[in-house]
Design a protein around this ligand. Structure first.
Ligand code: AMP
Length: 196
């Protein structure tokens, strides 16, 4: 019986999105959750940093934008993510860390999912701004330093925050208090995914 229920089918193909400002702990939580669920964790920031290291055309275009803390153009992100989620390891589902970050990206993702957002799970990680700044100051990435940090935070406020309204009500949407121990947050994420 269990295997035939719609719920089991949905659990068989998990698609999870992490939203949140830089420093909210999305990457750490997404990697741990992906290992637990045995599905890939797709970080667009990591993919772009890898493209820069490999000196691909995408990397050359993205590098100066990322250095200033801006968002890489939607068309480049879409081509990259579309190719990635078609890979075989994504058949059982995936976690997206850092995508979508703009409304056009969210709409394009909806298209890739054939317009069905109902089984998508979105975690919006929330952390007070002063704590974000404290965490970012302690990281070594160059776009976590200087003016790039403020640009990244303002890109989040202006272009990513509207996605909260976009997803809320159309997906399984959860606000998660990220101002806690890594373990406590991970525990909550796993309970939120437990069968209802
Ligand atoms: P992250 O590692 O997720 O903080 O991403 C680092 C940087 O990569 C961001 O500041 C952006 O410049 C770029 N980036 C990552 N994901 C996206 C996205 N979905 N749209 C546009 N730019 C992105």
């Amino acid at each position: 019986m269990g295997d035939a229920s719609p719920h089991a089918a949905a659990q068989d193909r998990r698609r999870i999105i992490f939203l949140g400002p830089p420093g909210a702990g999305k990457g750490t939580q997404a990697v741990q959750l992906a290992a637990f669920l045995e599905i890939p964790c797709i970080s667009t920031g990591e993919m772009l940093r890898d493209a820069i290291a490999r000196r691909t055309e995408l990397g050359r275009k993205a590098e100066p934008i990322m250095a200033l803390g801006g968002l890489v153009p939607d068309d480049l992100l879409l081509a990259m993510i579309q190719e990635r989620i078609r890979e075989k390891d994504c058949q059982r589902g995936y976690i997206l860390d850092g995508f979508p970050r703009t409304l056009p990206q969210a709409q394009a993702l909806e298209g890739l999912l054939s317009g069905d957002l109902s089984e998508l799970v979105v975690f919006s990680m929330e952390v007070p701004r002063d704590e974000l700044l404290r965490r970012l100051a302690g990281r070594q990435r160059h776009d976590d330093q200087g003016p790039a940090v403020h640009r990244r935070l303002s890109e989040y406020d202006e272009r990513t925050v509207p996605l909260i309204d976009y997803f809320c009500g159309r997906t399984r949407f959860h606000r998660v208090d990220g101002h806690r121990d890594v373990e406590a947050v991970q525990h909550e994420l796993r309970s939120l995914l437990a069968p209802r």
